[in-house]
Design a protein around this ligand. Sequence first.
Ligand SMILES: C[S@@+](CC[C@H](N)C(=O)[O-])C[C@H]1O[C@@H](n2cnc3c(N)ncnc32)[C@H](O)[C@@H]1O
Length: 457
Amino acid sequence: MARVDLPAGAARLRQLQARRAEGPDVADADAGLVGALGGQVLAQAAGDETGGLLGKARGQAAVVFQREVVHRLLRPAVHAAVGLGVAQQAFGADVHWPGDGVLEDARGATVARHGAHRTGENMGDEQLHLRIFTESAKIRRMSEIELHRKLLGDAPRNAAFHAALKQLIEPGKTTVADIGAGTGFLSFLARRLGAAHCTLIEYSGMIELAQKLARQNGIDQLTFVRGHSAELRKPPKVDLVVSETLGNFALEEGLLETLIDARRYLKAGGRVLPQGLRQFAAPVTAARLQQEIDIWPQVGFDLDLSAARTVSLNNMYVKQIAPADLGGRDCGQAWDELDLRPQAKAADSRRTATLRWKAGDLPAARVEGIALWWVCELLPGIELSTSPFAPATHWDQIYLPLLAPLELAPDDVLELSLSCDTRPDVGVRLGWKTRQLRGGKAVGEQVQDSFKGRVDL
Ligand SMILES: C[S@@+](CC[C@H](N)C(=O)[O-])C[C@H]1O[C@@H](n2cnc3c(N)ncnc32)[C@H](O)[C@@H]1O
């Protein structure tokens, strides 16, 4: 079994366990893992991306690979060198994992067994469930240097965070937690602006590169923690939490839940960056994006691919959307407004909104899809925007396709209802329902849901 490398994995785990002295939070995850498996783990050569392969290779469906929620469940216990991510179900609720099974050691002996599927159940220590999967494509993407190259190449982004940090840092006094630290860039800026100390929290291997960069730049008074911020049982108490975990769909990296949880990190009167977020939607009137996505009817060979088409059109697409795609007119309306400041009521991860546009206010009668973008307020007067009408950033916009274009009569109203769910055990789920209203009555309705767009791996 070429892919199975138990001794290397076990050795790596022993090494991780030895790091217990380095920090209670990292050690906690390591100890839980090692204890539950009796010190054994099934390891897989690093770089093998397909979770199912190992299970298939061993003739049973033991390996669970679940993309969407991985980063919320992944424990920082297993290093990339082992090639496997191991998750403890820290947020037990409403998750259904196909392929639950047993975890075997290299000789085929069972070392941990999953129970039957459990849904919506609170799991105590005695019911520890382990999930094992290769580090997901998402984790890999997030930890790739290419992402950080793009981020650091975004001069307006860097300048906005620098300006906001400058306003909030009192030299020699302010302590900072940098959640999702990546290369450590924001902490480096904070220290250069006089922050007394920064704690860098990062779940990916980028934290090691951040340490190297700190040494190279002679920046001290930094503490590095590898892990997910929500998993630190005893967070440092700081004056300022900064988190640049904004995605193309603003909340795809868990910004909202991360910043709400990060209130645990704040001293009384502490501040957070960013402070607010508004999300916008607008009808797309140009056909370009829909044509790029909806290739299904053109495939030919006398095949009916409509079932695949439906799955595909229930996805959110990251696209560069230009003003011309919106008919050159900014018809964007805010559908979501989040006050992220610690004194504000914590927003629910499930939110809905309904917007309406009169056909006569749109630049064209035919609507092909919906564009989404966001404006993030770091501090009053310091904003980042991904609007197609604002200067370009490294972020793109989101395109929501329709199942069929809408042909609006002059007095019709286009109604869009959006529902967004970013609970940690869900990942990101977006629903979009479009209704064409004539004289107040619906003459057409399309209901789409990003969960209908998923194909399990
Ligand atoms: C967009 S990058 C920002 C990196 C860096 N702060 C910067 O501004 O250049 C976000 C990083 O946060 C990490 N991340 C996201 N949410 C996190 C969380 N809650 N805890 C720890 N790391 C997180 C990701 O792995 C990624 O490296």
